[in-house]
Design a protein around this ligand. Structure first.
Ligand code: BGC
Length: 835
């Protein structure tokens, strides 16, 4: 591979040259403080919410794309360079970037000087560390000067990048020793500031960008690093930055380490000022002192390593396929953490100001995260639920800082609420914790006060509606919002945000997602119907577990009603239709000229149990038929196309889906997220060979041989790979923040490996490629460790023939093994043979 390779034992991707086909990104931070960090040290940082608490600046769609970040300039006897290559782009003697779990380490060398930069966010802290190690590898004494550089953002990122008539006049800083305090807007309404400090004495500083960089210069020719001396500038308005000068003197072979700390500091109840006009720096000083202690930085980094070791040990597997193994054991789970934390808000494609947390996105993200930190999943489920409205619809997005729905986007996406059922059931299966269902979360359009027990209560003191109430309401809402064929109405769109059947937009300046009136529309979605089949069955199983058989049956009766509609109005002859437009015309049907077959309804109808082999009547076996149509019409070696044939023109009655050029995004691109439903559907049908083949078709690790075409990071899933109608067929975009992460984890672990948490125990029901001789996995479930070894001597895909638990024969239930819930803290050997 031209640009790098995996270092699996260390769970790192090693980039070996800086000029990657696109900037290759990593994230630092795992709880509240986050940063983006590319392989050339580009990116920015924020606390909790990249729109409302952005700490450092970044200019999207810059030239080149990735410019601005955590830069260290070196001036070594007049030669200026950066260890991460950018922005100066001086030729390096060596370069390496190791993206790891929660950290990025970049090492560059030139002229006998080697500089290693390590970026990470210590656990539980609201600061990031830039550890710098400088080594003199030459035979001569060296006296290099290093300059740190980053540009402060004024927190509200949209205003920061648009409102210069104000922002050019408000920037303020204070400097104390090595600490630069960015305190813009602190004088009036903010109770927080940003600190940028060094653990080592500095030889100078700058805080005014015009002085450090220049007015007419770019970052690659910044004035101070070239001159070799900081000017001590104090920003007043314009653009405050943080820059330190470190003068070193290194004997041959000597090395020195120190760190920069960039911190977000909230004052809480402390006095805001220590003297008139001077901010209270008590907390800032404590932070600097903390990391100035010898060994403190290394200890924080080691703690981060242990955190990830422990998290990932919840699920580890040895698989015959190296791509599947490395994705599962490290990168997929790691990406699940990123999507859980950031939803679709902040990446190289999401500017962090456009989208907050998505209702449907975040619910799905939980599916890939809940096994790691169930307590955080619990909190998130309740947060999401409380952005639902009392009629059942939901705010489509909300801001993580305020946890309030975004009014500009609004609601009326008629799939959103159903995903809450999936996330909640996944949580209860993982933990057995039914108490979440009783949590009073309430609705976004109702007034509550916090009761004596700290919980939300209504005006009369009655508890706010519980999570279970939300789930019931969600099911009821879909049942209520049905159209002439008894299929669910679609509203603004369903999972496919671009299938806007009520939008009819001819005005280029309006949003496809929010335009149009959904009120009286009759446009229906077969995909939502399929999702409902699954969600109502999930609810039924939940009620069974709660020992409420009547409610369980009530859910099943509603499911039957929906199934009848799916099989009558949803079936097209060889596959499931996608929808009916507002005029009642089918979409995703042989009757259509373009967009004859869509992937989503095949996935969800099959996963929801439509057309099953054991069905009676004409629907029997339709699932298989639909999947064969997928194979024939949508599958390509680079992934499954979302629909075919691509729309060649704009259809006002379909909306954004037809606005994209053929082959990209929702118009016949390979939308990796929904590929995973097909992987699961193949597993459901017992077709392990297809499941693995399809999985590998979108697996980034398997793309290394064609990386100049694929372009995106080979270690995380991308939202979209261009389909065969596009001139760039095979090129990936929108990497990192995609539902592909969570769903691939589900497809791989629960579908292919067949290891799935259930209310009554851990199910093991693999559906593997027939060529696999077996595999082993360690799964922590409800505190106990299951060491699972699966053998496949007969080359089967599916079917558990025998099970041993701790050496003793164990009776499998049906064709799957439901393993008991063992006491927490115990470890058990599970041997399974397929046959
Ligand atoms: C959105 C998802 C949506 C998908 C398909 C993504 O960009 O975040 O909510 O389901 O596109 O349209």
């Amino acid at each position: 591979m031209k640009y790098g390779h995996f270092d699996d034992p260390r769970r790192e991707y090693v980039v070996t040259r800086p000029d990657t086909p696109l900037p290759w990104l990593n994230y630092i931070g795992q709880e509240d403080y986050f940063g983006l960090c590319t392989n050339t040290a580009g990116g920015y940082s924020f606390w909790k919410d990249s729109r409302l608490r952005r700490l450092t600046r970044y200019r999207y769609n810059n030239v080149p794309y990735d410019l601005g970040g955590r830069y260290i300039y070196v001036n070594d006897a007049g030669t200026v360079w950066n260890p991460g290559w950018k922005p100066v782009k001086a030729e390096l003697d060596s370069y390496e970037c190791r993206h790891g779990m929660g950290y990025t380490k970049i090492t560059g060398s030139k002229g006998g000087l080697e500089i290693e930069l390590l970026f990470f966010v210590p656990l539980g802290r609201n600061e990031e560390i830039w550890k710098v190690t400088v080594r003199n590898r030459s035979k001569k004494r060296k006296s290099p000067r290093l300059f740190s550089y980053q540009e402060f953002c004024f927190y509200e990122a949209l205003n920061d990048m648009t409102n210069y008539q104000r922002t050019y006049s408000i920037g303020e800083v204070e400097v104390e020793g090595s600490a630069i305090y960015h305190k813009t807007e602190y004088r009036e309404r903010r109770n927080h500031y940003t600190l940028f400090a060094c653990t080592r004495p500095i030889a100078g500083f700058d805080t005014d960008r015009d002085i450090f960089v220049g007015i007419h210069e770019g970052l690659h020719e910044a004035r101070v690093p070239s001159s070799g001396k900081c000017a001590g500038s104090k920003a007043f308005g314009w653009n405050p930055i943080g820059a330190h000068e470190i003068d070193l003197d290194l004997a041959p072979g000597a090395e020195e380490s120190f760190a920069f700390v960039l911190a977000y500091v909230e004052q809480g109840d402390r006095p805001r000022f220590e003297k008139p006009g001077l901010i209270n720096k008590e907390l800032g000083r404590q932070i600097v002192a903390r990391y100035a202690k010898p060994g403190a930085v290394d200890a924080a980094f080691a703690e981060l390593g242990r955190f990830w070791d422990d998290l990932l040990s919840n699920f580890q597997a040895e698989l015959p396929d190296e791509h599947a193994a490395r994705m599962l054991n490290a990168w997929n789970q790691y990406q699940c953490m990123a999507t859980f934390n950031l939803s679709r808000s902040t990446s190289m494609y999401e500017t962090g100001i456009g989208r907050g947390m998505g209702f449907r996105d975040s619910n799905q993200d939980i599916l890939g995260f809940v096994h790691m930190i169930p307590a955080r999943a619990r909190e998130r489920i309740l947060d999401i639920a409380s952005t639902q409205l009392s009629d059942g619809t939901c705010y489509h997005q909300y801001q993580p800082l305020t946890k309030k729905g975004n009014a500009e986007v609004g609601g009326d996406f008629y799939d959103d609420h159903l995903w809450l059922v999936l996330s909640t059931c996944a949580y209860v299966k993982e933990t057995g914790d039914l108490s979440i269902l009783e949590e009073p979360c309430g609705y976004a359009d109702r007034e509550y006060r916090i009761g004596a027990d700290g919980r939300r209560a209504g005006a009369g003191g009655e508890p706010a509606e519980s999570l279970l109430h939300h789930l019931e309401l969600s099911i009821a809402y879909t049942m209520r919002k049905r159209g002439p064929r008894r299929l669910p109405l679609i509203g603004h769109a369903d999972w496919n945000d671009c299938l806007n059947l009520n939008c009819f937009s001819t005005e280029p300046n309006e949003s496809f997602q929010t335009a149009g009136v959904v009120g009286n529309s009759q446009a229906e979605s077969v995909m939502i119907a399929g999702l409902f089949l699954h969600a109502s069955r999930e609810m039924s199983a939940l009620y069974d577990f709660m020992k409420r058989p009547e409610d369980a049956n009530r859910m099943l009766a509603q499911r039957e009603e929906m199934l009848a509609a799916v099989e009558s109005a949803g079936w097209d002859g060889d596959w499931y239709r996608r929808a009916y437009d507002a005029a009642g015309k089918p979409i995703g049907s042989k009757e259509c000229e373009e967009g004859k077959i869509y992937i989503e309804s095949q996935g969800w109808c099959v996963l929801g149990g439509a057309g099953a082999d054991d069905a009676s009547g004409p629907s029997r076996g339709r699932a298989r038929k639909a999947m064969e149509s997928v194979h024939k019409l949508l599958f390509t070696p680079k992934g499954v196309l979302i629909q075919q044939p691509a729309y060649s023109t704009y259809h006002v009655e379909l909306g954004e889906v037809s606005s994209y050029p053929p082959g990209v995004k929702e118009n016949a691109g390979i939308f990796c997220h929904n590929n995973t439903w097909i992987h699961l559907a193949w597993c459901q049908l017992g077709h392990g060979d297809r499941a693995l083949e399809y999985y590998l078709s979108i697996c980034p690790s398997a793309k290394q041989a064609e990386i100049d075409l694929y372009r995106s990071e080979p270690y995380v899933y991308a939202q979209m790979i261009a389909g065969r109608d596009a001139p760039c067929y095979g090129e990936a975009k929108n990497s990192w923040l995609t539902g592909t992460a969570a769903w691939t984890f589900v497809a791989l672990t629960q579908g292919i490996l067949g290891i799935r948490p259930d209310y009554r125990g851990l199910v093991v029901d693999p559906c593997i490629a027939s060529a696999w001789k077996g595999f082993s996995a360690t799964r922590r479930f409800r505190g106990a460790e299951y060491k699972i070894a699966v053998k496949n001597p007969k080359g089967r895909c599916k079917g558990v023939a025998s099970v041993k638990v701790d050496g003793e024969a164990f009776d499998p239930v049906g064709a799957a093994a439901i393993l008991p819930i063992f006491p927490a803290g115990t470890s058990h050997r599970i041997e399974i043979e397929l046959g």
